[in-house]
Design a protein around this ligand. Sequence first.
Ligand code: NI
Length: 209
Amino acid sequence: MRIVTDPFVTENPLAKDIDLAQIEADIILVTHGHGDHIGNLVELANQTGALVVCNYEIYLWLEKQGYTNCRPMNHGGVFTSKGIQYKVVIAAHSSSFPDGSYAGNSVGFVIKGSNDCIYFAGDTGLTLDMKLIGDEFELTGAVLPIGDNFTMGAKDAAIAATFCGAKKAIGMHYDTFDIIKINHDDAHNAFRDKGVELLLPQVGEKLDF
Ligand code: NI
């Protein structure tokens, strides 16, 4: 199963070596409507025919553009497809489309397969709700924003990892723009302090997680 989250490639200064046309997807998960999350959503959906899992407002927006292979969801919802379970969880963030119009709730996803369970947090600040994820799931790891400013920074993200019970985390939403550039050593130290391994892969790098 090829799962793509929040496709943002062609306008992403860090993804200049990634060719959108080469990206394959069976499912595209969308966390919210900000441009750095849906930048290439319509293109990639049309290119792959993937099922787009997103909130209701983004579903309506896609439908208006002629793309109907969507699963509209909202906080608390669970959807199972081909043996993989997707649960929509709360993200403490805003959500609007690039033109400023309302784009529904921001969400995160817990993705549970037969062997692995990953929490993909989306854009979010630290929230106690993350403890509910730890109560319900045995996570293989979490993908957490660490760039600060628009989301939590590494220190809060390390606490988020302890809340949801992740022993391993992949950092995201950092270094893309000046305003979210971070010190990598500080980020590693913040996670180490909490006993969590932080991975910061290069763009395009493959990981066994
Ligand atoms: Ni955002």
